[in-house]
Design a protein around this ligand. Sequence first.
Ligand code: ZN
Length: 88
Amino acid sequence: MSDVRCERCQKPLEIGEHPFCPHGFPVVGLKQIGDEIDEVNENVGHTPVHFRSRSEKRRYLKERGLMEFVRHVGAPGSDRSSKTTRWV
Ligand SMILES: [Zn+2]
């Protein structure tokens, strides 16, 4: 037993448990944490492609020699982009 509690919600913490809210245990297994997505990507083909996991998306892009377009690209005349300025 442990008498360590979360400072915020007073939940008794168990060994291995995430010490901050929200609590839980890391998922250990073949499946990567956060692999599941529900994304309709319109940039990888002529028609929107529905991805249900990141690995599925990676495989799709790799098969077609595509790169996920995530680089910061500034708008002309400035270093700012309407797509990235919110990421503070
Ligand atoms: Zn808590």
